[in-house]
Write a protein that binds this ligand. Structure first.
Ligand SMILES: Cc1cc2nc3c(=O)[nH]c(=O)nc-3n(C[C@H](O)[C@H](O)[C@H](O)COP(=O)(O)O)c2cc1C
Length: 375
């Protein structure tokens, strides 16, 4: 165990962002993937976070339409289901033409099942296989899966060893910063062990599991882990502003930025990030109404009917936040089970509120101005 004592002070994304803005790190340097800051292992610094019932092929297709290079994750896939019920070719785990680069995330606690799941998923030829050590849902933790692995160092090492042997491409970990509380020595021991066992990169959501989404993500822990290991570290948690995302990336605190909830609300966020990285002036116009309907139609096309209600509702909760009367809009969608019935509700909302149908981002010399032309 490392001899580190005590804790570092909690530094939210806002604190880190403002520190670095003061240092003028917003000055554009290089262009996106060719940026000299970019670590060679990662082909791209921005990632769409894995989100159960959300990062379906339907959302991934739309995200890719805006940002062809962004790295995307599947929903978490149970190793047990993959191995015992042969779910490798179903709608959650199959690979589409736009799924490049795609990372398949697996969930479980058995080295045997997880390594077998890795072998099966590797046949899809994705960019990497990721081990879920971040999920904090009680039903997952009770099974010993997700962030619960952070309570068993030796078992986790066995899992990584078995999976490393089974994955010919890249192996990654998506983790919380602890289980019951922040334990910095343990976090550093885990991340060093990942590196020693051949993990290619780590994505860290710096809230301990028992916090779920309470308090702010503690980005000082990302900085700490980045200094501790030599493999790339991806920072994740609470990013809602593309300017912040680019500033944090340029600060060198981490090697990549993963965005979850905000990317469901704004599937175009990575395009805005890339535009900011380029340092060039540009205008990005988003048809908010059409994208709403596009994702719902993608679900109709790509997901089996039994998934429509759950996946559409999950997406609508986040995406509705683009409009002023989000609560009213979702209240009308919630009782509906079929996407066919949801689409007219969405159309009706924007017909009554046409000024909310389009968002325009003006990017100029690293600054961002958002305007809804109808306002
Ligand atoms: C609805 C939902 C589902 C999620 N499912 C997963 C998951 O399957 N695997 C995982 O590693 N993290 C999952 N997460 C956590 C996200 O990947 C991410 O770490 C978290 O939302 C923090 O990032 P954000 O603040 O950008 O949203 C989920 C989060 C949400 C909101």
């Amino acid at each position: 165990m490392l001899g580190l004592q005590g804790t570092v002070s909690n530094r939210s994304l806002q604190t880190i962002y403002h520190t670095h803005v003061v240092k003028n790190i917003l000055t554009p340097r290089g262009v996106g993937r060719n940026d000299p800051l970019m670590n060679t292992i990662l082909p791209e610094p921005f990632m769409l976070a894995p989100m159960a019932e959300i990062t379906t092929p339907a959302l991934r297709k739309t995200v890719k339409g805006f940002s062809p290079h962004v790295i995307m994750y599947s929903e978490m896939l149970s190793a047990t289901a993959l191995v015992h019920w042969g779910m490798c070719n179903d709608s959650l785990s199959s690979r589409h033409e736009f799924d490049d680069p795609i990372i398949y995330q697996i969930l479980g606690d058995s080295p045997e099942l997880m390594s077998r799941a890795c072998e099966l998923l590797s046949q899809n030829g994705g960019y990497a296989i990721d081990i879920n050590m971040g999920c904090s849902a009680p039903e997952i933790l009770n099974r010993g899966w997700g962030a619960r692995l952070l309570q068993d160092f030796d078992k986790t090492r066995d899992i990584i060893r078995a999976c490393r042997k089974a994955v010919p491409s890249r192996l990654s970990i998506k983790m919380r910063s602890g289980y019951q509380d922040h334990d910095i020595p343990l976090l550093l021991d885990f991340t060093r062990m990942f590196q020693d066992e051949g993990v290619d990169f780590i994505a860290l959501h710096p809230r301990f599991a028992k916090l779920s989404f309470k308090r702010k993500a503690d980005w000082s822990l990302i900085e700490l882990v980045k200094k501790h290991v030599s493999i790339p570290v991806i920072g994740n948690g609470d990013i809602i502003d593309p300017v912040e995302a680019v500033a944090v990336l340029r600060s060198g605190i981490c090697d990549g930025i993963m965005i979850g909830r905000e990317a469901v609300k704004s599937p175009w966020i990575f395009q805005v990030c890339h535009a900011l990285m380029s340092g060039e002036s540009s205008t990005i116009t988003i048809p908010v109404d059409k994208i709403f309907i596009e994702v719902l139609k993608n679900m109709q096309d790509m997901l089996p009917p039994e998934f429509h209600k759950t996946r559409a509702h999950r997406f609508c909760v986040y995406y509705s936040q683009n409009v002023a009367f989000a609560h009213d809009l979702f209240k009308k969608i919630r009782p509906l089970s079929s996407i066919e019935d949801m689409i007219p509700v969405v159309r009706d909302y924007f017909e009554r509120n046409p000024h909310e149908a389009v968002k325009t981002y003006h990017i100029d010399n690293g600054t961002l101005h958002l305007a809804n032309p109808g306002e």
